[in-house]
Design a protein around this ligand. Structure first.
Ligand code: PMT
Length: 219
């Protein structure tokens, strides 16, 4: 109906950071709070979608009858969960801040302090979005790009390399955008056009993104 434009649609969303273990007490992580991805999940459910939210470690919860919340810790766990639900989904939105590298070896005991320096060897994680981009059939695939420099150029490379329908660019150069804040300032980049949005609450940013998706689904 007019009121519930996402009724009957299945939307899979990733949110929050991933943690990559160094030893039993330490990890490599990042500053994502999950707010952006959770706002998209809640808004999509309010618009009628059935939502599966795969979340890295956050302090947030989401209680809505149409949202299934799946909690994971590492990139590998997020990758496995995303893959297992992808085939059956209409839309995938990658709002998580996923680690690109993880420690190659995870110490099974707490690493003791000893020398003046300590090196960790890192190895690449799975790129969740790129791998879904290869599997994609009719699904709409949406990514985020979090950039600090050469923003649009970097975002366009990710759009193409990961086979996305559009990419949401947020820049750490914009005040009030990106990690943790209640607001975000985005551009939505398509292969052939770009739309710039004002700084606004993440809930409203979520609606802007979902309106673009509704247009894609109705095209
Ligand atoms: O959680 P908040 O505090 O609200 O902050 C929101 C946010 C800044 C985390 C969010 O808006 C955002 O930008 N998320 C993506 C951050 C990111 O990891 O960007 P990226 O440019 O490194 O990755 C590009 C895209 O590929 C992203 O959709 C990412 O989810 C995906 N990716 C990246 C690496 C990887 N190994 N697998 C992936 O799927």
């Amino acid at each position: 109906s007019e009121d519930l434009p996402l009724k009957g649609k299945k939307i899979l969303i990733t949110a929050g950071p991933t943690y990559e273990a160094i030893d039993p007490v330490r990890f490599i992580g990042n500053h994502s709070s999950g707010k952006m991805g959770y706002a998209i999940a809640r808004t999509a459910a309010e618009l009628g979608a059935e939502v599966i939210l795969i979340s890295g470690p956050t302090n947030l919860g989401l209680d809505h009858k149409s949202v299934e919340l799946i909690r994971v810790t590492s990139t590998h766990e997020m990758f496995v969960a995303a893959n297992s639900y992808f085939e059956d989904t209409d839309v995938f939105i990658g709002a998580a801040a996923v680690a690109d590298y993880r420690p190659k070896f995870v110490a099974d005991k707490k690493i003791k302090k000893s020398g003046d320096s300590l090196s960790l060897e890192l190895t690449k994680t799975e790129d969740i979005l790129a791998s879904l981009g290869e599997m994609k059939r009719n699904q709409k695939l949406i990514g985020f790009a979090l950039e600090t420099n050469n923003e649009e150029e970097n975002a366009r490379k990710k759009l193409k390399r990961k086979n996305l329908d559009f990419i949401v660019l947020n820049s750490l150069q914009d005040k009030g955008a990106g990690f943790k804040s209640e607001t975000n300032k985005i551009s939505i980049i398509y292969p052939d056009k770009k739309k710039d949005f004002d700084l606004k609450p993440k809930k409203e940013v979520a609606l802007d993104i979902l309106n673009e998706i509704i247009e894609l689904l109705n095209a």
